[in-house]
Design a protein around this ligand. Structure first.
Ligand SMILES: Nc1ncnc2c1ncn2[C@@H]1O[C@H](COP(=O)(O)OP(=O)(O)OP(=O)(O)O)[C@@H](O)[C@H]1O
Ligand SMILES: [Mg+2]
Length: 239
């Protein structure tokens, strides 16, 4: 009988039940069935979240509480809506602008974790340089449409470090394609050390730059990160 139960559970893709049904102790059959279903659903949720966390490829976080005093948050969005990823359901974008070590990547990572855990959002973190390399590679291998389809499935795309490295023409155009594809269909979080006026240095072409900024700032919130580098402060503490 065990074998048959396991075979049916496998066929029905009830993997928790298949492995653990005999561990549940309930004399009432309804209670027993309820327990099994509850466990199966909880297990599925957990696996889904783990899969989303793996796919997102977020940087590691230290776990220290996030300090907000140095961040200017514009009207129209609250701290909690940023941190807990509420802007994602509205398909809004966030742009984090500020100097090195001011917590842009850290906040991006925290809000991504929250969005995955709270809403089961599909998130992917890239550095701009990393994404552009992938796009160029995909373009050369004729796998660009497939790669774009994967990006289309996301709820939130993170582009970290815009401005750190200038892009070549092909890279800039491919990045523009991604930003256009995201427009009004998903959320972007972009971190940058450059004001909009300087984005031309990244994209290398004023018309393309204008087109990028135009798409981005529609439905966007610009958060400005001020102050000194936390890395610097931390290194002072440890010396
Ligand atoms: N608001 C914050 N509260 C607490 N710790 C912070 C905060 N911001 C940054 N830190 C600490 O400083 C480190 C560096 O921050 P982070 O990598 O987010 O900076 P960044 O703005 O992305 O810098 P860069 O532009 O150089 O990439 C973090 O890993 C974290 O340990
Ligand atoms: Mg960073």
């Amino acid at each position: 009988m065990d074998r048959q139960i396991e075979a049916y559970a496998k066929r029905l893709k009830l993997s928790w039940i298949r492995e653990h049904y005999h561990e549940v102790e309930e004399s009432d059959p309804k209670e027993y069935l309820l327990r099994l279903f509850e466990k199966e659903v909880a297990n599925r949720e957990e696996r889904k979240i783990n899969l989303l966390l793996n796919q997102a490829q977020l940087p590691k976080t230290g776990g220290s509480p996030y300090q907000w005093e140095h961040i200017q948050i514009p009207q129209g969005i609250e701290r909690e809506q940023v941190l807990y990823g509420d802007f994602i359901s509205e398909k809004e974008n966030l742009i984090f602008y500020g100097g090195v070590g001011t917590g842009k990547t850290y906040l991006t990572t925290l809000l991504s974790l929250n969005a995955i855990n709270r809403f089961g959002s599909c998130v992917k973190f890239f550095t701009v340089a990393g994404l552009v390399n992938k796009l160029i590679e995909a373009n050369q291998n004729c796998t660009l449409p497939k790669f774009m389809k994967q990006l289309e499935k996301l709820d939130l795309l993170v582009l970290d470090e815009l401005g750190y490295i200038p892009l070549h023409k092909e890279g800039a155009e491919l990045l523009f394609q991604v930003i256009s594809m995201c427009y009004e269909s998903k959320s972007l979080v972009i971190t940058t050390n450059l004001q909009f006026g300087q984005w031309n240095h990244v994209f290398g072409d004023p018309i393309l730059t204008e087109a990028v900024i135009d798409r981005l700032i529609h439905h966007s919130h610009l958060l400005v990160f001020k102050g000194d580098s936390f890395r610097y402060k931390e290194s002072l503490l440890h010396n």
